[in-house]
Design a protein around this ligand. Structure first.
Ligand code: CO8
Length: 258
């Protein structure tokens, strides 16, 4: 169905594997469009978590496709950047959590893709970086926006101005990833995290995601009011009634997402 995406469904978890082995899974327009199409169709009733990874054991995504970008002028460059930014924003605003399982190079657009996800875990051989200035461009899929939010202004500027990649342990130290595991355990770790998320009330998880993302850009008063609104909404769900009842009767709640 897709040329460059492999889709797997394991219970309530969907797994999207980006597959363009000849270019270490570099993102061209066709792949970006396939990701966009997949997200447009994503069944948020059925799936409670999405895991994104790259094909093979060497690369998550080695960036935007340099062979496609090489001949672009300013207008087409802007259009290409906008498409990537749109698709990554779709990931960021997908109602359910998205986990990046980074299995190797996450450079340029690959690092930007990982940053659009809610949680990043990586294998020990992973390398992260924003090498764009070495190609005469800047991060164009919202990397200048998200990197400083994740790791702070100083480290973001160092990574972007030098273009030098960092290894997994350094990515962990600066908070760019949540965990580093041996490559053979990466998908198990991703599935373990996904399973923990899926066991919780999906409407509450979605509300928490919306709050955290939205409140980031608000002042404190507005943010607190936004959270309060969402908190109140939770009490209109069956999951809240059933979840609290299960606690009080020492039972277990199978949340229905209602
Ligand atoms: N684009 C296109 N092809 C690529 C890319 C890429 N980003 N990365 C690797 N490839 C290709 C190589 O050209 C090579 O192809 P071939 O076999 O035909 O020569 C194949 O993948 C294997 O790569 P290498 O032989 O280079 O493998 P190595 O193990 O020696 O090196 C590296 C791996 C270090 C990952 C190396 O390939 C590399 O440095 N790649 C480029 C990394 C990079 O600079 N990424 C950032 C790109 S810019 C970007 O992402 C901007 C995002 C915003 C865009 C805004 C739109 C305007």
């Amino acid at each position: 169905m897709y040329e460059h995406l492999k889709i797997e469904e394991r219970g309530m978890v969907a797994i999207m594997t980006i597959s363009a082995p000849k270019s270490l899974n570099a993102l061209n327009s066709a792949i970006l469009n396939e990701i966009g199409e997949y997200l447009d169709e994503f069944d948020t009733q059925r799936f409670r978590c999405l895991v994104i990874t790259g094909d093979g054991e060497k690369s998550f995504v080695a960036g935007a496709d340099i062979s496609e970008m090489a001949g672009l002028g300013p207008e087409h460059g802007k259009t290409f950047g906008r498409r990537g930014a749109e698709v990554f924003r779709q990931i960021e605003t997908l109602p359910c959590p998205v986990i990046a399982a980074v299995n190797g190079f996450a450079l340029g657009g690959g690092c930007e893709l990982a940053m659009a996800c809610d949680i990043r875990i990586c294998s020990e051989n992973a390398k992260f970086g924003q090498p764009e200035v070495g190609l005469g461009i800047i991060p164009g899929f919202s990397g200048t926006v998200r990197l400083s939010r994740l790791v702070g202004m100083g480290m973001a500027k160092q990574l972007i101005y030098t273009g030098k990649p960092i290894k997994a342990d350094e990515a962990l130290r600066i908070g760019l990833v949540n965990a580093v595991v041996p490559q053979a355990e990466l998908m198990d770790k991703a599935m373990e995290l996904a399973g923990q998320i899926c066991a919780n009330a999906p409407l509450a998880v979605a509300a928490a995601k919306l709050c955290i993302n939205t409140e980031y850009d608000m002042d404190a008063e507005e943010a607190i009011a936004f959270e309060n609104q969402a908190f109140g909404m939770c009490f209109s769900t069956e999951d809240q009634k059933n979840g609290m009842q299960a606690f009080l009767t020492k039972g277990k709640c199978e949340f229905q997402g209602k």
